[in-house]
Design a protein around this ligand. Structure first.
Ligand code: GLC
Ligand code: CA
Length: 513
């Protein structure tokens, strides 16, 4: 893991809906630049910006048409370079989003690849040998191109899979991972990474990082080998560049592929999901942070602890408040519940990520799909800055907005949250400030669980600090011998310590040192 990540706190920006500087209804790079002081003041020192490249936007930009060109709706390449510079002046690093597994069907590589005559790009995507030969077990498209063959998709219909080869080719059209065509794909991705790093970008969040090699084995050994090559190459010239994988597998992403960070993603029924969004069964939300039904931390720890052992010394398992694919945590958690949740997430090991708007408790809205968002659309609404027109996001006419704002009477805004000392915004800000000043909360500082049982406060150490969490509706008391000599340095709710006795009021959190 690169050194600067130890102190990093990431803020994810969905460029469409963060801040619109020219009042056309859609967020843009100039808008992001204008809010860098806000982000710095909150205490975040790194950004992850979702894809901002030229695209037909059938998957909100995850369908890239030109990797080296900023989408005109967001501005120009020069604007993006200015964002890097201005952010750096303020001590903020910037990660872009890399989509290496597929392009848009409108990318010039694909346009070339789909031509009948052989050309430089014929092998850039995964094509079968004839129009009537399908691809077993994978989505594919036929009948749309001049070329006599069908091609594999990586996600939506608009996203043909780039060709990194097959671990064990079985058909004549399946190439090995070191086939010249597959090596060319890798070179093209290295070139894109270095292009943006040379302009001042500090690294990448990597989309579907585990998806490159097809028919890979259970360990994803083919895909890991490809990443070792790509990251090894890039790090020779850019040793400080940081890479975070959308992978959700510590062994593979951190140990074998060489990423600095891997997300613990919201996959139904997994350890992370059990913390904030365990509401697959309607009316039966058993999320750990739910005051009335939660309180069982073992579902998280059973998965997290083995991962953490493996991540030690290798990189960060990054916990996030949310992302652009996930329901906002406010969907089911109240503000008091969220405070305890954030305090826990942001004091556990690893490099934390907060999604824009989560710092004020923005809601998940029930909206029709936009640009391939479907149920994700409700987490992508405009940032709520103030009580002005369109909540300060844009001065465009309401019907021009990329997505509607939250028009509830009590919709949170940055302006109101900053003015209210008791708001969730101040909890987030205080926690980020603690991370800045106390080494105990560096991403790689020691971590051990003192109490991790159902129906008891969750108590853990971070270096010389002890954290205690009680998310439920009732008071909990425990004896913790490690508490001797420690003092409370941060509290949410009511917490009392007397020697080694710890009394945690309902919905409380404490840090002692
Ligand atoms: C990732 C992105 C998601 C996108 C998909 C296809 O999961 O986070 O938004 O739709 O990949 O690129
Ligand atoms: Ca705009």
């Amino acid at each position: 893991m690169v050194d600067w990540l130890k102190k990093a706190v990431f803020y994810e920006i969905y460029p469409q809906t963060f801040c619109d500087s020219n009042d056309d209804g859609i967020g843009d790079i100039e808008g992001i630049i204008s809010k860098l002081d806000y982000i710095k003041d909150l205490g975040a020192n790194a950004l992850w910006i979702n894809p901002c490249y030229d695209s037909p936007f059938k998957d909100a930009g995850y369908d890239v048409r030109d990797y080296k060109k900023v989408a005109s709706r967001y501005g120009t390449n020069e604007d993006l370079e200015r964002l890097f510079e201005t952010a750096h002046e303020k001590g903020i690093k910037v990660l872009l989003d890399l989509v290496p597994g597929h392009t848009s069907e409108e990318h010039s590589w694909f346009v070339q690849s789909s031509k009948a005559e052989q050309n430089e790009y014929s092998g850039r995507y995964i094509w079968t040998n004839s129009w009537y030969e399908g691809i077993e077990g994978r989505p594919y498209i036929g009948g749309e191109c001049e070329r006599d063959g069908t091609y594999m998709l990586n996600f939506f219909k608009c996203q043909p899979a780039l060709n990194y080869g097959f671990l064990k080719p079985e058909k004549t059209w399946q190439k090995g991972i070191d086939d010249p065509d597959c090596l060319k794909t890798r070179e093209a991705i290295k070139d894109i990474i270095c292009f943006w790093l040379s302009k001042g970008c500090d690294g990448f969040r990597v989309d579907m990082a585990d998806s490159l090699v097809k028919n890979d084995d259970d360990n994803k050994s083919g895909t890991c080998a490809v990443w070792r090559d790509i990251l090894g190459y890039v790090r020779t010239d850019y040793p400080e560049a940081a890479f975070v994988a959308e992978w959700n597998n510590t062994d593979q992403a951190l140990v074998n592929a060489g990423f600095d960070m891997d997300f613990f993603l919201n996959w139904t029924g997994n350890g992370y999901n059990s913390l904030l969004r365990d509401y697959e069964t309607p009316g039966d939300d058993c999320s750990y942070f739910k005051a009335d039904k939660g309180g069982d931390i073992t579902r998280f720890l059973d998965e997290y602890l083995p991962r953490w052992e493996k991540a030690k010394g290798k990189g960060s398992i990054s916990l996030l408040s949310c992302n652009h694919d996930t329901p906002r945590p406010r969907k089911n958690l109240t503000i008091p519940e969220l405070k305890v949740a954030y305090a826990t997430l942001f004091t556990l090991p690893g490099v934390p990520f907060i999604y824009y708007g989560d710092e004020i408790g923005m809601r998940y809205l029930d909206l029709p799909t936009k640009e391939g968002g479907y149920t994700r659309t409700g987490s992508r609404t405009p940032m709520q800055w103030d009580s002005g027109i369109n909540m300060g996001f844009s001065k465009a006419a309401k019907e021009m907005l990329y997505l509607p704002t939250d028009d509830a009477e009590d919709a949170p805004t940055v302006e109101a949250a900053m003015a209210d000392e008791d708001s969730i915004y101040h909890v987030v800000k205080d926690l980020f400030a603690l991370r800045k000043t106390q080494e105990d909360f560096d991403a790689d500082s020691d971590f051990s669980v003192i109490i991790g049982e159902k129906d008891k406060p969750f108590v853990y150490t971070r270096k010389d600090a002890i954290c205690a969490v009680n998310p439920v509706n009732s008071e909990k008391s425990v004896k913790v011998k490690e508490l001797a000599g420690k003092n409370l340095i941060y509290v949410i709710g009511s917490v009392t310590v007397d020697g080694d006795s710890l009394k945690m009021g309902k919905g409380s959190f404490a840090i002692l040192k």
